[in-house]
Design a protein around this ligand. Structure first.
Ligand code: SF4
Ligand code: SF4
Length: 136
């Protein structure tokens, strides 16, 4: 089943809407909530992994956009600044998905795989050079 990770940004008036329920029931998506940060009366954000069981993902994303929900691919919202990285490997232990991992055991070079990242932020406090940035 094709999967896509997206960041949804909700304006305050949509925060109490049953949006994940609609994605499941109306569009047949498999919804995995990777992260949610929602404060009543304010903007909220949610990182979802969407499994497209019946080819209706584009339709579902259009529904969200029409509703006023901001939709961005997760890869656009998480940045690894390679030029800041000194390959200290401090982030590779806490990273639960190996998005940050030692790519070459001989040189101990760290690399970032944006497809694996779930924006959990566990790497942020351990990186001495703020090489990872979460933009939402
Ligand atoms: S935010 Fe950092 S620790 Fe979390 S999955 Fe992405 S790279 Fe790994
Ligand atoms: S903790 Fe920061 S500087 Fe160290 S390897 Fe990870 S991204 Fe690079």
């Amino acid at each position: 089943m094709p999967k896509k990770k997206v960041v949804l940004n909700f304006p305050p008036h949509l925060i109490d809407q049953p949006i994940t329920y609609r994605l499941i029931m109306d569009y047949g998506l498999v919804v995995n909530i990777l992260r949610a940060r929602i404060t009543p009366q304010e903007w909220g954000s949610m990182v979802l992994e969407l499994g497209d069981g019946n080819g209706r993902l584009d339709e579902a994303l259009a529904f969200l956009t029409e509703l006023g929900v901001g939709v961005e691919p997760l890869s656009k919202e998480v940045r690894w600044h390679e030029e800041r990285c000194i390959h200290c490997t401090a982030c590779t232990g806490p990273c639960p998905t190996q998005a940050l991992a030692v790519a070459d055991p001989h040189t101990m070079t760290v690399s970032f795989d944006e497809e694996r990242c779930i924006a959990c932020e566990l790497c942020l406090p351990v990186c001495p050079y703020q090489a990872v940035e979460i933009l939402f």
